[in-house]
Design a protein around this ligand. Structure first.
Ligand code: PMV
Length: 327
């Protein structure tokens, strides 16, 4: 066993297919160059101490999962998935040692950029490397997805998949991961509404509406799937204009399923007026982020329009590398 192990994993933007991917439709996702870093050290006792530097939280879990806060009163919900991810790797190795886990993430939380999945993927990889287990990417993905299930009941797996593999992927529940090669750079501008929201609650809202209007939902979801498939072709052809149109159509479908709001719409329209080729919600909606596709020369203008409208702009580039062990 090593004395210290560190790993990192990237954030993501969903370019096509959020929500629909929960119902086994296709999603297209890109890893972006903001990373969550996790370091892990063994302890002499068998407690698992989890600390999140960014959130100012620290808590202690006994090996059977009883929680005691150390810093911050209401941290359990945030820290428990990290404990679960570490515990699954320990169980797989047949180990019952204690750990100090420290999370240092540059990814904004609860905003649709996949911060929790990136943390779970990096935790899984760091604990695996500490125990010298040689976990492959497929193992890391599957273990992190199990841990994500305690955050929301029905995760599609798209978030841990992109944080694990990096780059640009098409993903569906039943089809798994397909790596994509883009024939052109995809210049993106992200706009954060700064409204935090809960992915679990947004998925629940969508499933309630689907229960009331199953036929309409079937049509919307099939259309979403078709849009994502055409997007894969446009990415392979480097056709930014077509991708922009498809992003706008995808957003209209997300609007129809009730996950947009006025803060999102104002950022979207600001980006479009500033020259975006297309713009949509990215992630679960209800707040969080939008993503706009731009010509390379228009990115600064679009970012400025987002800022003036009250959002937090972020110019994001692709992260080719997924999870990585930091030596
Ligand atoms: O957590 P977010 O905002 O990145 O949303 C994840 C995408 C959903 O499709 C809404 C949920 C899922 O598990 O795929």
């Amino acid at each position: 066993m090593r004395g210290l192990s560190r790993a990192s994993a990237p954030a993501k933007v969903i370019l096509f297919g959020e929500h629909f991917v929960v119902y086994d439709k296709l999603a297209v996702v890109m890893a972006v160059d903001l990373r969550a870093h996790v370091s892990v050290k063994p302890r002499m006792d068998n407690k698992i101490i989890v600390e999140s530097i960014g959130m100012g939280l620290q808590g202690e879990f006994t090996l059977d999962g009883v929680y005691k806060p150390i810093i911050g009163e209401f941290g359990e919900d945030k820290l428990r998935p990290i404990y679960v991810a570490a515990k699954r790797v320990l169980d797989l190795a047949g180990e019952s040692i204690g750990l100090n886990i420290t999370v240092d993430s540059r990814i904004p939380v609860a905003s649709g950029l996949g911060s929790s999945a990136a943390v779970l993927v990096a935790t899984t990889a760091a604990v695996g490397s500490l125990l010298e287990m040689n976990l492959c990417r497929d193992d890391i993905f599957r273990l992190a997805l199990e841990a994500e299930k305690i955050i929301h009941e029905k995760p599609s797996g798209v978030d841990p998949a992109i944080s694990t593999y990096g780059g640009l992927i098409a993903y569906s529940r039943s089809g798994g991961v397909m790596m994509l090669e883009a024939a052109a750079n995809l210049p993106l501008v992200i706009g954060d509404t700064r409204i935090k929201r809960d992915t679990r609650e947004m998925i629940h809202r969508v499933s309630e509406l689907r229960r009331l209007y199953p036929e309409i939902f079937k049509g919307l979801m099939d259309a979403g799937d078709r849009v994502a498939r055409l997007a894969v072709e446009a990415i392979r052809a480097g056709d930014l204009r077509a991708l922009g149109h498809l992003m706008n159509i995808n957003h209209a479908l997300l609007y129809a399923i009730g996950v947009s709001n006025t803060a999102i719409e104002s950022l979207l329209w600001a980006a479009r007026r500033a020259g975006a080729l297309g713009a949509k919600i990215t992630g679960a909606g209800g707040g969080g982020c939008i993503v706009a596709l731009s010509m390379p020369e228009d990115r600064r203008r679009i970012a400025e329009a987002i800022r003036v409208t009250g959002g937090e702009p972020l110019i994001a580039d692709i992260a080719h590398e997924g999870v990585r062990i930091e030596e």
